[in-house]
Design a protein around this ligand. Sequence first.
Ligand SMILES: Cc1ncc(COP(=O)(O)O)c(C=O)c1O
Length: 391
Amino acid sequence: MPVGKIRSESQTLAEHRLNYPALANKAYFNYGGQGTLSRGSLEEIQTAYQLVQAEGPFSMRMLNWITQELQRTRECFASELGGDPTSYAITHNATEGCNIVFWGIDWKPGDHLIITDSEHPGVHAAAEQVAKRQQLKLSMVPTAQNQADESILERISSTIDERTKLVAISHVLWNTGRTLPVAEIQSLCRKANVRLLIDGAQSAGVIPLDLAELDVDYFAFPGHKWMCGPEGIGALYIRPSLIDELQPTFVGWRGSMLGEEDKHTAAKFEVATSPFPLLCGLRSAIDLHQRWGTAAERYDQLLENVRTLREALSSIEGVSLVIDHQRAPSGLVSFSLIGKSHSQALKTLERERVLLRSIPTPDCLRASIHYLTDKTEIDRLVSCLKAVLAE
Ligand SMILES: Cc1ncc(COP(=O)(O)O)c(C=O)c1O
């Protein structure tokens, strides 16, 4: 269904944005760091905390409620990203999901782990730590900014050797916003009998995905970025046939006390007490996106917004876009201001309530463009950038 049709049949984007209090008084470009909570999510969280206090908080009834909320949340993730709810382990963030995989593989000294040179610092640190502790060889595949997909595939393929057990890559690189060809990478890893971990922190809630159809091995993601859920809920998707193979490293009552029928589900990686009322806020966030449009419709709108910003930036002298063009654009638009300090520019922008972030390598600014982003925000960013460049 074309985007225009959704808007005229239901809500305009301007009306829809009123659901998000954070969007009322600023131009927000940090969804890749943390998304904005809707009024509905905030209310659901508060209502859930009130229920917990009214009923317990520690009681048989609340234990049943927790079990039910976790199950409903796995179902909600499956409705957004495909696959079976039993393939989703509820985590707290993307890094936790990556760590479950890094530490859950049956490594032997001398085995080989491959990552890229553009992994998020936290995930990179986790890979280094597991390599150190398990005496692994760690290789880093370069992902130069405008390198062709074929060249990245070729580098991964030629780096895989007979000791390689895992390749770990971001779906969308956090620094440049480049999207990696995950379907092709998954297929080459499968052929080489190597597992693939995809860090979906910058793609979940952006790029339409069916993880079961893509047949990915592991996909870790947070709920608090592009999905606009509260911080503290994420998930790890595990291909059903790999659930028994991967071993839990942290173990607690949630994973170990599962009934016989659930012992072979991804829930075995869940550990213990968590802020369960947040699950209601996350589901409310996803439900609101789904009511506005399908994943494909939301992505179309996001692409239109990305095009608008890229065109505007291309016409400003002194702005240089980090990547020229890509086959499957993400919501991240990275660019540099020639001859200017990006940290200084950020401060000026923030004073004008235009929020984005800087990236250390490559030295640039990064704007997260959501389907929720509107033209007035983009205009505000562009005019503030012109003012910074004119200083
Ligand atoms: C690609 C990537 N991976 C991981 C992370 C860390 O996310 P989380 O805090 O959900 O673990 C980020 C966060 O910015 C990211 O961009």
